[in-house]
Design a protein around this ligand. Structure first.
Ligand SMILES: [Zn+2]
Length: 430
């Protein structure tokens, strides 16, 4: 009985926070990235959503609280389209895979969600977990206000052919089977169709498949195309029929181009994209999610030694630097860019470090911010909820002290975070 009462009290508390009205006075407000920021704006929040955005500093209605951000730059909460909350690469990663129970993985993932939110990321897309149940549970717990964290959209398991990128390798066969759910492994058209439907049945918001090999699978299988063209077409067609956007993990050009030609919504990494890729990106209006920081992280690990296996090291040295060059090329050509970090490779909570790398690839601050808000929301199919601050949208709001349009690395130092109308604690575990 006590437990039930506590639960009710907790639900009530969450409800109160969300129904509480709030007015934010913003010194500068970038309500819609891509447009110009405005000085002296008020954002009125009710029920976790934005009620209005108005010029000048309006008085809060009686009973509403006022948050004074008059000396800050206020913008929509950031969106990372590519994270893995159930993972954290490190020297002991291969041991963690066999030692950690699912409950341990879930609690670790919850802590990573919290530091990600504290860093200003109010929405993330988890693009692959070895145990999808964990990420679905975390998505629900956050949505119900029980655990602090960003809104999570997820793909469940990554779809991979047998021997493809994604699953665990290099342990005894029965240990490999223990570590991962095989639900994402599929070969041939029928199995690919079934695998997409199985992800959706389990609760996937989107589908992710491996169009090519990847760096971190412990297998000497390169980073070129893995699924056949007809398997790729089947996956994309089946997912779209079920209303799910599709992302393709892809390094080699043949895999990138096969996925783009079949109508994929985004290419993740895109390391070795070529002229044909650019043509297809533009023709299909697909997004490029580069995740430069992941390439740099595995490159550093490979050079330092100790953490990666020989097969991983070989591929990390080959791919590492190319992602930044790929972004420079796609951005210059006018391809639409979405923000993603592949955190889980790099350390969760440091997602905003990707912005500096995007700038090094030639992106303007305004376009990098747009990639992490407006564009990301469009790719994730949540443009009616997130990505900009407008009436009816979720009150996902962050603030920084400086001007991120002048120096995009200001976003590494977020000083205010609100997610779905609830103010988040900055500074992670404090
Ligand atoms: Zn990834």
């Amino acid at each position: 009985m006590r437990l039930v009462l506590d639960e009710l009290a907790e639900k009530e508390a969450t409800k109160t926070m969300q129904t509480h009205e709030t007015v934010i006075h913003a010194g500068r407000l970038l309500a819609t990235p891509g447009e110009a920021p405005r000085r002296g704006q008020s954002v009125w929040i009710a029920g976790g959503k934005i009620k209005s955005v108005a010029s000048g500093f309006i008085d809060p209605p009686s009973g509403a609280r006022l948050i004074d951000l008059k000396d800050k730059f206020v913008l929509p909460g950031l969106i990372d389209c590519h994270v893995h909350l159930t993972a954290q690469l490190g020297a002991d990663y291969r041991l963690r895979l066999v030692e950690d129970t699912d409950p341990k993985v879930a609690l670790d993932a919850a802590q990573r969600a919290q530091v990600t939110l504290a860093a200003g990321f109010t929405t993330v897309r988890d693009v692959g977990a070895l145990t999808p149940e964990v990420i679905y549970a975390l998505r629900a717990a956050i949505a119900e206000g029980k655990v602090p964290g960003p809104r999570i959209l997820c793909v469940g398991a990554i779809l991979s052919p047998t021997g493809g990128h994604g699953p665990a390798y290099g342990y005894r066969g029965d240990v490999c089977a223990c570590i991962q759910s095989n639900i994402g492994v599929c070969d041939g058209i029928d199995a690919c169709r079934r695998a997409v439907r199985a992800q959706v049945a389990q609760g996937a918001d989107a589908i992710k498949f491996v169009a090519t090999g990847g760096v971190l699978s412990n297998l000497r299988a390169g980073v070129d195309q893995q699924f056949t063209d007809d398997e790729i077409r089947t996956i994309i067609e089946t997912a779209h029929r079920l209303g799910r956007p599709v992302s393709a993990h892809a390094h080699g050009a043949a895999g990138i181009n096969a996925a783009l030609a079949a109508g994929v919504d985004s290419i993740e990494h895109g390391s070795f994209l070529d002229d044909q890729s650019i043509k297809l990106f533009l023709e299909h209006r697909a997004f490029h999610t580069p995740t430069i920081i992941a390439g740099m992280t595995v490159l550093e690990m490979a050079q330092r030694g100790g953490a990666l296996t020989p097969a991983q090291t070989e591929k990390a040295l080959g791919v590492g630097e190319h992602i930044k060059q790929a972004l420079a090329r796609s951005y210059r050509a006018g391809v639409r860019i979405t923000f993603g970090t592949d955190m889980g490779v790099g350390p969760h909570g440091q997602n905003a470090r990707e912005f500096a790398l995007m700038a090094e690839a030639g992106m303007t601050s305004a376009d990098a911010i747009k990639a992490a808000t407006v564009n990301a929301a469009e790719l994730l199919d949540i443009a009616d909820v997130a990505g900009s601050l407008a009436p009816g949208k979720s009150a996902d709001i962050i603030a920084v002290d400086g001007d991120p349009l002048g120096d995009v690395t200001e976003l590494e130092r977020v000083t205010f975070v609100m997610a779905r109308g609830v103010r988040a604690t900055i500074g992670g575990m404090s």
